[in-house]
Each structure stands twice: as structure tokens, then as C-alpha cells.
Design a protein around this ligand. Structure first.
Ligand code: ADE
Ligand code: ZN
Length: 326
């Protein structure tokens, strides 16, 4: 249709994308061979066919396990370059890329190896693809606050290459408040702050409330359960806090796209955005997320424009650069 064409062509901004979640089975096999690792599947197709997730926890197991083949600086470069090339083909003009250093340092890969490889790919994308991208470091919330703080300290020599910090992995029993001191220190170091409040978790509303009152986030990842509370939407609106929603990811972890929530958030004037989260696992990059939403709720052209406008508006870019995209 005409709108599908428009969705493919519109200049895009992606703000919720885990680089570890872009590891396609084909690259996983290539890196496994390079590093002398044997995978428990005969080939990429068999690995892909094995994917079956029904909630956040069941997805995260394979996700952290799967990234074990990524080891050298060149591996991290190749991982990021594959994503950036794909994003470029979908007309993504700016991307903020999450990485999970502890998914790597916890298995013996040095922090510097991770960040140098990723950074080099981002620099090349800027030069060769005219795609600007920045890094956001996420703490794994199922590890301790002490390990997060140590990771924050390890990041400081690379401070200029990282624009902010986030919080991801298994939310159950790991509220934002657990990391209040880590986030306070991150802010003092000049990082911007975001945190996952995944869809339909057991304490989603309380976690969003903590993000506002105890962390002072600049943004919330997912966060659509704000609609379950009488106060939160108005407060997000007043404070200009954006939400990075991931429809196809929602469908994998809850069975539903939650497209009604996207429309309600848009109608309330909240700065809601659409993103891909872990596209290699959910089989949907940014364009496919927008198309899935369109199929479910018959997006208008104006809504597509508003979603991209919101994303560029809440992007962590210097005002002058941001205005260039708007
Ligand atoms: N890591 C990768 N994707 C995630 C998600 N949607 N929630 C929490 N942790 C994640
Ligand atoms: Zn995520």
C-alpha cells in the first residue's frame, strides 16, 4: 500500500536496540567457526528454527548464551557493522545502540575490547553510510549493584564514547531502586539515564514510579504500563519523558503488540517511539516493527511522521544536530 511505501521511505531514528540482540544466526555461525566454538545446532537455519520464547526470561537465556561466540574486538566490530548496514538499508539516520558490557566481562572479555570494536563500527558508519550512532551502556539488573558500580568505573576511560546508561535483563525482583546509587554516580559523571520497565512485569507501575522519583531518568524503555496508573501519563507528559516502545518484542514476550497502547500514548501527546529491541531474535527490524503496527492498527501517515518526530525529539543529540533531523 501507499502507507507501507511511506513507512519504508521515511527517515528513521532508533532508540531501543540491543546490539547483542542483532546477532543473526548466520553471523553467529561465522564467529563460532572463527573462534573454534562448536554450536549445538547443525546450521543457522536449525538454530533459527529453535527459537521459541514465551516471556522475557525464556528469551534472555538464549540471548546471553548466544553471545558467547563474540570475543575479539573484530567480532564486536562485525556485530555492530552488520546492524548498522541493515539499519542504513531501512533509512535509519540516527541510532542509539545499547550494549551489555557485563554479558561479556562476566565471561572474561575485557571492557575495552567490547567498546573499541563497537566504537570503530560506529565511526565507520558515520563516514561510509552517513548514519550517526551512539552507545548506551546497560547494566544487567539481575547482577548486583556492586558489579554495576564496578562496570560504571570501568567505563570512565571511555566516557567520551558513551552517551548514557540504561538498565536491562530480568526485571523480576530487580527494581530500578536497586541501582539508585549507581545511577546517581552515572549522572554525576555526565551520563544521561534510561531504564527498562518492560511490558506487563509484576511491578511495572511501581518500577516506572521509581524511575521518576528515585532515579530521575531522562527516558523509559518500554514503559507502556504507565497507562495503568492515573497519575503517570500526566507526569511523563509534564516532564517530557519519552517511551521507547517495541511492538514485535511485546508480541514475543506477552503475545500482543500492544498497538492500542501506542495509539493512546500518541493521542495523549506523549513522546512515544517505535523500536526493534532484539531484531535478530524477533525477526523484525525497525521497518518491520512499523509495518506490524500498521497492519494491526491502520496507522495514519500523520502518526508515522509523529512517531519519527518523537524519536528525533527525545534523541540524546545536541540541540543543533537534532534540529537538523527535524
Ligand atoms: N535485553 C535485551 N532485550 C531486552 C528486553 N526487552 N528487556 C530486558 N532486557 C533485554
Ligand atoms: Zn530492550
Amino acid at each position: 500500500s501507499e502507507l507501507a511505501e511511506f513507512i519504508r521511505d521515511v527517515p528513521k531514528c532508533e532508540l531501543h536496540l540491543h546490539i547483542e540482540g542483532t546477532l543473526e544466526p548466520e553471523l553467529k555461525f561465522e564467529l563460532a567457526a572463527r573462534n573454534g566454538v562448536t554450536l549445538p545446532y547443525p546450521d543457522a537455519a536449525a538454530l533459527r528454527a529453535s527459537y521459541s520464547f514465551h516471556d522475557l526470561a525464556s528469551f534472555l537465556v538464549g540471548y546471553y548464551d548466544g553471545v558467547g561466540v563474540v570475543r575479539t574486538e573484530q567480532d564486536f566490530y562485525d556485530l555492530a557493522w552488520a546492524y548498522l548496514s541493515k539499519a542504513h538499508s531501512q533509512r535509519v539516520r540516527y541510532a542509539e545502540v545499547f550494549f551489555d558490557p557485563q554479558a561479556h566481562t562476566s565471561r572474561g572479555v575485557e571492557f575495552g575490547t567490547v567498546v573499541r570494536g563497537l566504537r570503530r563500527a560506529l565511526v565507520d558508519a558515520r563516514r561510509l553510510l552517513d548514519l550517526r550512532a551512539e552507545l548506551i551502556m546497560c547494566f544487567l539488573r539481575d547482577f548486583s549493584a556492586e558489579y554495576a558500580m564496578a562496570t560504571l568505573m570501568e567505563s570512565l576511560p571511555f566516557r567520551d564514547w558513551i552517551i548514557g546508561v540504561g538498565l536491562d535483563s530480568d526485571e523480576r525482583g530487580n527494581p530500578p531502586a536497586k541501582f539508585a546509587a549507581v545511577f546517581a554516580r552515572a549522572r554525576a559523571e555526565g551520563y544521561l539515564l534510561t531504564a527498562h520497565c518492560d511490558v506487563d512485569q509484576e511491578n511495572s507501575v511501581a518500577h516506572i514510579r521509581q524511575c521518576l522519583d528515585e532515579i530521575g531518568v531522562d527516558r523509559i524503555d518500554h514503559g507502556i504500563n504507565a497507562l495503568d496508573d492515573p497519575e503517570l501519563p500526566g507526569e511523563l507528559l509534564r516532564r517530557g519523558i519519552g517511551l521507547t516502545v517495541c511492538p514485535v518484542s511485546n508480541r514475543f514476550v506477552t503475545g500482543r503488540l500492544h498497538h492500542e497502547a501506542v495509539r493512546r500514548l500518541l493521542d495523549l501527546g506523549l513522546r512515544v517511539t517505535v523500536n526493534s529491541d532484539d531484531p535478530a531474535y524477533f525477526d523484525a527490524y525497525l521497518t518491520e516493527n512499523l509495518l506490524a503496527l500498521h497492519e494491526a492498527m491502520d496507522l495514519t501517515r500523520q502518526e508515522v511522521i509523529q512517531l519519527q518526530r518523537n524519536a528525533f525529539e527525545i534523541a540524546w543529540l545536541p540541540a543543533r544536530v537534532r534540529d537538523g533531523y527535524l
